[in-house]
Design a protein around this ligand. Sequence first.
Ligand code: BMA
Length: 813
Amino acid sequence: MLKVNFNDNWTMKDLQTEKEYHVRLPASVMNTLLDAHEIADPFYRDNEEQALEVANKDYLFYKRFEVDQTLFAHEKVTITFHGIDTIAEITINGQKLATTENMHRIYEWNVKELLVEGENEIRVTLFSPLKYIEEKQRKNRLAGVDHAVDGYQHLRKAHSMYGWDWGPKIPDLGLWRDVELKAWNDNRLEDIHIHQIHNNNQVQVRVDVTVENQMDSCETTVLLKDPAGQVVSKDVGKDSFLFEMDDPQLWWPAGYGEQSLYTLEVSLNKDGEQIDSLTKSIGLRTIEVKHEPDEWGKSFTFIINGYPIFMKGANYIPEDNLLPRTSKERTERLIQDSVAANFNMIRVWGGGHYPEDYFYDLCDRYGIIVWQDFMFACSVYRLTEQFEQSVRQEAIDQVKRIRHHACLGIWCGNNEVEEAMEHWGWPKKADWRRDYIKLFEIILPDIVAEYDSQTFYWSSSPSSGGGFDKPRDPNIGDVHYWEVWHGQKPFTDYRNYYFRFCSEFGFQSFPSMKTIESFTKPEDRNIFSRVMEQHQKNDAANGMILYYLSENFLYPKNFDALLYTSQLLQAEAIKYGVEHWRRNLGRCMGSLYWQLNDCWPVASWSSVDYYGRWKALHYYAKKFYDPILLSIEEGEKDASIYVTNDHLEAIVGRIEWKLRDNQSRVIREGWKEVKVDGLSAKACQYLDFSDEINETTKYQTYLEATLYIDGEAYSYTTVIFTKPKHFDFLNPQLNFQVEEGNQQFTIQVSAKAYTKYVEIQLEQDAVLSDNFFDLSPDEPKNVTIAKNRLPKSVTKAALERTLSIRSVYHITH
Ligand code: BMA
């Protein structure tokens, strides 16, 4: 098999201006025009508005290439487009090859007949995705969300490119993934399907190989290598191979063990010569979803290698609106940040696109289980013959591409379509509902059963199992819970629910000042300015943030303090929900907050912003997702101290608690030795403070608790018994000292009075070991920054000079 990378030397032509640009794939129209300074950065101020004009036109991508005799001599020559965005006509040497209309498909065509030896030309004309949906929607109006360009659901293109309640309307066009030319004679490896059969400590790996035009002279060799690269087994045969291993190294999600990856090398030989080969990396594990009746309703529990494991993570959206700007490095940082925040799951939300292979490779390597939605979200879809055929093939392409990954935990039909059709006030049209059932409850599960029978299929998120049967039931299946935020309920409302698996809930905040500076002029820096509103896609959200602010904090002294306070609100809200659900481990088995990342600089529900900067929420996630969680459920005058232990083994420790006043004088204190079994949560200590907390003291009293494990302070937390806006915080007179070590800087922060949400701000972008933490006067805090996350030029003196610290007290001072 001869493979030629076909990404180089393309030309993009604007068919209106006739201007041409030299490009390398993957490439998009918008990104090319931006690089050529033809358009201004669409992420800056209100420049987004020009994007629709760009997307209203047609463009041509073409390439001239030589086909030499060696290539031409092969019997078969194909071209593979790993991603065409989206409506295209492709010709080779003036003859039509194909038309496309699905960005999520992998297209392969035979091109031998169209090629000539010598110079050839391929032309891909990309047609405006706006005109197409406008016409379709005019003919057949379908329900959907109103923050995207009307009619978006008619085209198999990432919905969020048309705008979302966190995303700009930049429906770019392009060749968004690699293109390859392949040439071979008669035979090649057509398909590899790997199955795992686990039985106690024994694993059988079955490899089914499909060879195109299988012949007697063809032989396949399959090599299985262990994680160290040693060959464990080798087999030569035709189409089915079975490897048995005793006590193999299992693959575990992050926090539970190694991410051991075996390698399968498949080579196809003909007459003793290798003619094709393929390598796949696999992890030996079982992932099941237990959805069974129990005392509360019906469970939704991921069972991994036999253990019921609480899933912790967030929802993932496309990383950039301009797709060619994404990269493995950026994704790797996001995955590292997820692991750093103690995630073990990421949900790939259905309104974007199916991520790159490297996304899944990284999740395999870092131990992040992927909840994979098919790309359908918040809309009605009609199964015309053409649409049905297109989505069928899309699903087959994607299932076959992704199924072997150790990280793949679940296939899910769509995001919120079942719930929307039932509860969002859309007309309950019979043909809409029939097509829904056909697509999400027949076609897609059948495809998963045929091509990836080992992975669990769930028809929609949220759902109680399908058929429009109470998709919002809090006690069955998964739930998206938005009453806190969209429904304006207080944070405490989370405590009224014991969802079996909360796959979405969220709270917005503004990104940091640095991020806002990237898209504003100084005069824009007011949250109601035109530019700031352009970067806030949820119409009601600024009002919502201010409402929750009024409920919880004092009115901030300036714009920067408002940004900071919005992040505190977000962090507190999500923490409130997660800690509650983790205290109810067993009944609730998963928490995925909305949303992990951003696709441009914007006010949104993300915990990591477009530039990779951690918001307060991400630092909070690191703590509220810690495998050993110390949490306090406070009442008006009482509190319960809990420990949640996600490890498989029991832990023993000691909880020390102190009830203190705002000058941190100890009012009452105590301690308790605790033992918490593996995979369980325990109410370790109930404390009644009705003697200490009254109408006067409640504004000045806080409870702190420290969990010691093996004599070391493992975690520290505090709660107050009133809203922060009413607590009498004293000036903490924050102080810091910087120490330099070989690998890291350590910043020791101390306070003269109790304070909350201490934020260390650096000039440089860096991830700190902790931030937005609480401090008591006698307990200074050491925060470290790894030197490899800072520019080399940063010195101790520079840090001391430029570092600043603030806390809750500074919202108003
Ligand atoms: C959820 C998601 C998204 C949306 C988010 C915030 O329902 O599925 O569609 O961005 O809410 O509103």
